[in-house]
Structure formats: C-alpha cells, structure tokens
Design a protein around this ligand. Structure first.
Ligand SMILES: Cc1cc2nc3c(=O)[nH]c(=O)nc-3n(C[C@H](O)[C@H](O)[C@H](O)COP(=O)(O)OP(=O)(O)OC[C@H]3O[C@@H](n4cnc5c(N)ncnc54)[C@H](O)[C@@H]3O)c2cc1C
Length: 462
C-alpha cells in the first residue's frame, strides 16, 4: 500500500506510525508544510515561559526516529490540490518546485488554524497568534528583543497558559476575555476562581470585553474594546480558538459538517474513496452525545490518527469517541473538565442537575491538604453521570482525578457508581472516600431531595 499523509503533527504522525506497525510493507510518505514534524504544540507555552529551554526538546520524536520507524518525510512540502480520481496530490517544495505524488490511500491531517476575529489592525507587526513553530519563533524573538508588556486577547486555555508563561518572562500581562469569566468551557464560578489566581500573580483581567481594534502608537500597540476598554502593550497575542483547516480537502470535494470540519465516519473515512482524515481538521464523534462535535485536542488527534492509519492498511478499528476531557495549569491551580456541563446536557435533552462541593484532596491532618472544587453533572431520572469539573491546587492531582469521572463516563456509569469504585487511599494522597467520590455522594443526596451540604454553595441547578 502506498499511503500518503498530509500533515506531520499529532494526527498525521500517528496515522503513519500505526500503518507501518500493522503493515511493515506499507510505503508511508508524510508531507509536512514546515520543518518540524511531530513537535508537541501543547508544549509551546512552556518553551516560551523558559521552563523548556531548548525548542528542539519539544519534538515527541526526532526526524531520525520517524525515519527509523519507516516513515518517508518530505519536509517543507506543501500540498496544493488533491485529485481523487487520479489519486494524486500536487505538491510544491520550499524551492518552489512542483511535483505530483500518487497514492493508494490518503490521510488528510492538516489540523487547525487560529481564528482571526474581526479586529482592525490584526496584521500589524507585534500582533501574534500561536499555533506553529514559526509563530513560536516570532513570539520568542519579540520576547528576547525586550518586550515588557503584553495583552492577551482570549481567556481560553491557551490564553491562560500564555498569561502564566509571559508573567514568568517578566512581562506585565493584561488578559481580555469577552465572557463574564476566563476559561468559558468550565462553569463561571470556577472561571472566577481562575481569574482570582491570575490577579494574585499580577495579571490584569478584563472580562465582558470584546476587542475591536489595534492601533500602532509611538509607545507600543493600543487595543480598544467594547464597552469602554483601552490598554497599551509592546505585543498582542490573539488566542481566541481554532477552526479546522479544510480548504485543500473541500476543494477536492470532501464534505464538511460541524463547524466546517471534515465529515468522517468512525473509521475516519471521508466521503471520497480511499481518502481518510483525522485530527483538528475533522469532526469528533462524541461518545456521550453519540453525535459529531468539534473538539480539537491533541489527545483526540492522536487517537483519530491511529484509527486512520489502521483503516488505511485494511483494519476495521473504530474511533471510540471523545468526551472533551481536558486539564490546564494556571499558576498554582489546575482546572479540568470532562463530558457535559449543565447547559450542554440540558441542550442535549437531559434533565440535568449539577451539584458543587468543596473537599480536601487528602486527609486534612496530613500537612499540605488543599481544597478541591468539584462540580458533578448527572441526569436526574436515570442517575447517569454526564460530566465533571475540578479545580484545585496543582499538587492536588486534579489531572489524574478528572480521569476518574472521564473513565466512568466512557463506560456509561451512574454518579452513584463512582462512589462504589475501589480507589486507592493513604492519608498523604487521599481519603477513604476520595474527593471525587464525596462529590458524587453530594450529587446523589442532592437529587434525592436531601439538603445540599454547606459545600454545595457553587451548585447550579435547573
Ligand atoms: C499552544 C497550544 C497548546 C495546546 N495544548 C494542548 C494540551 O495541553 N492538550 C491537548 O490535548 N491539546 C492541546 N493543544 C491542541 C493540540 O496541539 C492539537 O489538537 C493538535 O496539535 C492537533 O494535531 P493535528 O495533527 O490534527 O494538527 P496540527 O497540529 O494543526 O498540524 C497540522 C499539520 O499539517 C501540516 N499541514 C497543514 N496544511 C498542509 C499542507 N497543505 N501541506 C502539507 N502539510 C500541511 C502542518 O505543517 C502540520 O504539520 C494545544 C494547541 C496549542 C496551539
């Protein structure tokens, strides 16, 4: 099989490696628009913060590792057009030379592009986005050239990670978010706690503000927003989300669906014969909603890529679906979510209830106990777990604790079922009932009409 893969990031590399693993005779060629195959984009904020001093260490695998695994890499090669009838892709290299490459199976892993919101002045020098290594080097250069202040437009997870990174680099940081609190993918009460953490580290946070224009001035770049917001800084970072990069696929006749992402089945097949797609450019099957969504995450891109690689060499594996499980570090806090929030669940037709609780991460008598804020969402009539959100000290194992409800959701468990799980315990790390289990019990008590605990003050209830 001649497998051609467009894209050399999480999805494309996973597809290529899986194909070779299952069929060592497969001829796998990867087209990569830049010179950085298999780089960990998720690590960009930690290079920019200085935590990871050398950008080369962001490579999940080196080019030599990939070639040793049997992948043929064509770096600085951009695909321009797909001819699905002739099974050929038109490609140009960095020198401008054009070629046609033939395939038996094609995997499109072109990923996502930063959203460019309608802001005047977005193309001014000093206005940055963050997605590729090229973006990263430009931003790094601005930092080493002595930028002293930054305005971050967008308080999603990348905005939050970058607020911490730029603060660590000594910049005065202002973060602007158009929602009432940062991290709008978690409940507002948790977003407000994150806002407080940012303030504690001298990040100026402006919520409920939409940036409309950026102007170059003698002293830097001035942003203007509504209602009634102006601020000036040396650099502006616009991180307001991503959109699927589907131009190439669409021009070839590939159908798109949710949020303009490539429509795929659970084998990652598009509507065109022998053309597969995976990662941030495609729709994501939601395991709980049993419907396509758009959830561009590295975790998902790896899994979808692996399925695409398997399908490409004749396998029958299906993508099991995503739950949007995610964790983010914000200074000393970590925040995590999985599944549906109350409003998402209600919109999907569930009779949802969300109960909040505050529990210690481990026995309070053992030094270093920290409070965890937990929100559990479940379906009232069936008791089924629908989602969970956690926020707490970064040492409180938030990341691994969210994986308990994430696993429970994956297996369609009830909220009460979480409390029955046989989880580990020793006083320095937990309690006989883990914090997640206590939160589940709070939800169960609450839906049975019992008095919510004092801790449940953050609850939202429909
Ligand atoms: C700053 C940042 C932090 C993140 N942190 C996390 C995190 O902590 N956890 C998490 O799960 N996810 C995180 N993500 C998201 C994660 O990085 C993406 O979901 C993942 O990279 C998607 O992989 P992909 O292969 O689908 O696409 P991309 O990573 O977008 O890669 C697309 C690839 O296609 C190539 N390409 C595109 N067009 C062409 C063409 N025409 N010809 C040839 N090659 C082409 C590009 O060069 C690139 O190699 C983060 C993203 C960013 C930007």
């Amino acid at each position: 099989v001649r497998l051609l893969v467009i894209g050399g990031s999480d999805a494309g590399i996973s597809a290529g490696l899986r194909a070779r693993e299952l069929d060592p005779s497969a001829e796998v060629t990867l087209l990569v628009a830049d010179a950085y195959p298999n780089f960990s984009i998720c690590g960009l904020p930690y290079y920019l913060s200085g935590d990871v001093p050398d950008w080369r260490s962001l490579a999940h695998r080196t080019s030599a590792d990939l070639e040793a695994a049997g992948l043929r890499l064509l770096l600085d090669h951009t695909a321009h057009a797909i001819d699905p009838e002739a099974k050929q892709v038109a490609v140009s290299d960095s020198g401008g030379a054009d070629h046609e490459l033939s395939y038996d199976r094609l995997v499109i892993g072109t990923g996502a592009m930063p959203v460019r919101p309608p802001i005047d002045g977005l193309d001014l020098p000093g206005v940055h986005v963050l997605h590729t290594m090229g973006d990263t080097f430009r931003l790094h250069q601005a930092l080493t050239a002595g930028a002293g202040s930054a305005i971050i437009v967008g308080g999603g997870y990348i905005g939050l990670e970058m607020a911490e990174a730029l603060t660590a680099r000594g910049l005065a940081v202002t973060l602007v978010e158009q929602a009432p609190a940062v991290m709008p993918t978690v409940d507002q009460a948790l977003g407000e706690l994150l806002g407080h953490e940012l303030g504690r580290h001298d990040v100026q946070v402006a919520n409920d503000v939409t940036i409309k224009a950026i102007h170059a001035e003698a002293g830097g770049l001035r942003v203007a927003g509504e209602p009634d917001f102006t601020a000036t800084a040396d650099l502006i970072l616009v991180v307001v989300g991503v959109r699927p990069d589907t131009q190439l696929a669409m021009a070839a006749g590939v159908e798109t669906g949710v949020r303009g992402a490539v429509r795929v089945d659970r084998h990652m097949r598009t509507n065109l014969p022998d053309v597969l797609a995976a990662g941030d450019c495609v729709e994501t099957w939601h395991r709980l909603l049993e419907a396509p969504t758009y959830l561009p995450l590295g975790t998902t891109a790896h899994k979808q890529g692996r399925i695409a690689g398997e399908t490409a060499v004749g396998g029958t594996a299906e993508f099991a679906g995503s739950l949007g499980t995610q964790v983010v570090k914000v200074f000393e806090l970590a925040v995590a979510r999985t599944g549906l929030r109350d409003q998402d669940a209600a919109a999907a037709g569930f009779d949802s209830v969300t109960a909040g609780s505050v529990e210690f991460d481990h026995k309070a008598y053992y030094p270093g106990a920290h409070q965890l804020h937990l929100h559990i969402t479940g379906d009232r009539p069936s008791g089924r777990l629908l989602g969970a959100q956690l926020l707490g000290d970064q040492r409180a194992q938030v990341a691994k604790r969210i994986d308990i409800p994430a696993t429970a959701l994956f297996h369609h468990m009830t909220v009460a079922g979480i409390a029955e799980l046989d989880l580990s315990y020793t006083p320095p790390f937990g309690s006989p009932w883990d914090a997640v289990q206590m939160a589940a019990q709070t939800w169960t008590r609450h839906t049975r009409g019992g008095q919510p605990t004092q801790a449940a003050s953050n609850e939202t209830r429909r």
